[in-house]
Design a protein around this ligand. Structure first.
Ligand code: ZN
Length: 242
């Protein structure tokens, strides 16, 4: 069984379509979506509908719930706030109902799928530091958690009581008896300096994780953001991967 794990599409239809072509070429059997279908990009509805069609399940991201008034967006920066408000106006009632009903966590076969952290999924905390990683591992009963939210891919491992370590971002064979928190990066707004769309592939039989990068039509995604009247910084950052 090969999972394709997608996160943080953020209304970027060009990136999502390129990733879907790539995961089909890779022979992925099932698609998991870790939240933030909407927010920032110009095609929130189209992305949400496509994800609903192809994914086994979706979990909620802070932008998904922010767009339907389910989570506080006062801490969002100005561009994010403007985008979440614009997105709210684009969504149909049926989309809003769907987003409101999304769960925060999905568990299946020893794997936790969550947008932010396994310990407090509705607090939308980030895992940037080792203390934050330790905190997240503390409540991780399952062996593996796939997360998104920071838009920065990383593979974190914790063996028994040893300190959590980073295994980089690209690939790892997951050992039994070790716990992992793996950030699969962002499809629609990468922030790790590489503008290519990111998603994860996990082969359950081989216990092999691989981060994939997929080039996509950035100029079209940027043009749509500008035409929609969204903040220009949201278009600029796509080319920078920032
Ligand atoms: Zn996000």
């Amino acid at each position: 069984m090969k999972w394709a794990i997608l996160s943080d599409v953020h209304g970027n239809l060009e990136a999502l379509r390129s990733v879907i072509s790539d995961l089909r070429r890779e022979g992925a059997d099932k698609i998991a979506f870790l939240g933030d279908a909407v927010g920032y990009g110009a095609n929130p509805r189209e992305c949400l509908l496509l994800l609903r069609e192809i994914a086994e399940f979706l979990v909620a991201g802070n932008h998904d719930w922010g767009a339907v008034g389910l989570t506080d967006v006062s801490y969002f920066n100005n561009a994010a706030k403007a985008a979440v408000q614009w997105t709210g106006g684009e969504l149909a009632e049926e989309d809003r109902t769907f987003l409101r009903r999304l769960p925060l966590v999905h568990q299946s076969g020893g794997i936790t799928f969550v947008h932010a952290t396994p310990n407090e999924p509705g607090e939308w905390n980030y895992i940037f530091t080792y203390p934050e990683a330790e905190e997240a591992f503390r409540s991780l009963a399952e062996e593996i958690a796939f997360v998104g939210h920071s838009h920065s891919p990383v593979i974190l491992a914790k063996k028994g009581k040893k300190s959590a370590t980073s295994l980089g971002r690209e690939a790892a064979i997951l050992e039994k008896g070790t716990r992992y928190i793996i950030n699969v990066g962002s499809v629609g707004q990468p922030r790790d300096g590489n503008p290519d769309a990111a998603y994860g592939l996990y082969d359950e039989g081989e216990r092999k994780f691989l981060l994939k990068r997929v080039p996509y039509d950035i100029p079209t995604a940027q043009e749509k953001i500008m035409r929609a009247g969204l903040p220009p910084s949201l278009a600029r950052r796509l080319a920078e991967g920032s």
